[in-house]
Design a protein around this ligand. Sequence first.
Ligand code: C2O
Ligand code: CU
Length: 466
Amino acid sequence: MIAGLALLAFLAWSWWQSRLPGSYDVTSYGEIDDGGAQPAAHEHFGVAALTGPKGKPDYSLTLTAEKAPVRLASGQEVNAWTFDGSAPGPEIRVRRGDLVQVTLLNKDIGDGVTVHWHGLDVPNAEDGVAGVTQNAVEEGDRYVYRFRPEQVGTFWYHTHQDASQGVKQGLFGALVVEPRKKSRGLDLALPVHTFSGHTAIGTHDDVWRRAVPAGTPVRLRLINTDSSVARFRTSGMASVVAIDGASITPTSLLPDEVLEIGAGGRYDVAFRMPNGVASVSVVNSKAALALSPDGTGTPPVTGSGPVFDPGARTNGYTGYAQAKFDRTFDLTISKKVGFLNGRPGRHWALNGKLYPRVPMFEVAKGDLVRIDLNNDSGSVHPMHLHGHHFVVLTRNGKAVSPWSTDTLLMLPHEKYSVAFRASNPGLWMLHCHNLQHAADGLTMHVMYAGVTTPYRAGKSAHNDPE
Ligand code: C2O
Ligand code: CU
């Protein structure tokens, strides 16, 4: 009887304390994990001051978020949330070192909207996370982003307010940073997205044919904007030349080799246009791109070979294998029975804790940081860190050929060690890019010692990053 009452009281207390307040500071929850470093002497500094450079922009653009119907190539029409009336939104192509200025206008997205520059290590106040680095932009309002990209490669942009809804509905686009000296040939950014059940490359939900003269250098930038793994088959002598916006030593694909890109991830493939068909098809969908000299080519039927494994190739990274780490963190993803914001169930847990009482990893500028990730679950989790990129060191305890990534695809029960240099002060998200998982609590933060945010997450603050 007393035990029963005690259990009931415990359940009631667990339920009560799991409920999120109307608005809250994300840094005031959870337990600070210092990764084994001595507490660093630090000054307090605010997120809002960590803005991009001033001055006259080299590239400026206004993006208007609005609801609009989008017509896919097959004729299928879908109701989308768009940037400038199209989904994907306009492709942003800038040059390394350009001062980029993007003004976001929200016409009629009642949920609010932001823009996050996925994979670009922008200053913290430009990172576009509602309730962390800014307030969500309400209908009729605007926000100006400014940054100077120093990375060259394939990125993308997307809303980070209620992202699990907004990105699915179409609030995203491709972002390419070119070197100062542009290379010749055909260069296509190919965001892959599933609109109301129709998978499309750009807006092509069927075979997209293009005429390309033989001998043309071609670079295709595959971007997975969905919340699940995307698999691709290629034909026509392709090499993988970059992963998540970082070049690797070009590696030719084996016959029938499959490219498997986690949610949020990007692979660039490059080749010289052959005399026949060069193609890339999204596995389990009708979407494909077929290049051929006369523009009538059809992707060949290919088998399903091994999956391209960057860890088994030479990527040209020496990594941090011999390094001494200033901080080392453990991060275990599992499921746990409990209450998530008052909802009972089996929820995602980080180091055994449910959101928002998850760990916060504290770092200091200049630290070399290692995270030992453990996917103790039967699901796939593409783990994305904002503002930094990881170098992958080991998988399941074995050294791999290191590669650089901002969105690490973790298969069920995999373990990885990754390292990054803490070189971009601020308050940064670390979350699963299966955005539904993130909305269900698979999200946390990496904070620089002393950082504070004036923004609040929560319903009444109208800020919901995930
Ligand atoms: Cu692509 Cu936190 O996002
Ligand atoms: Cu996940």
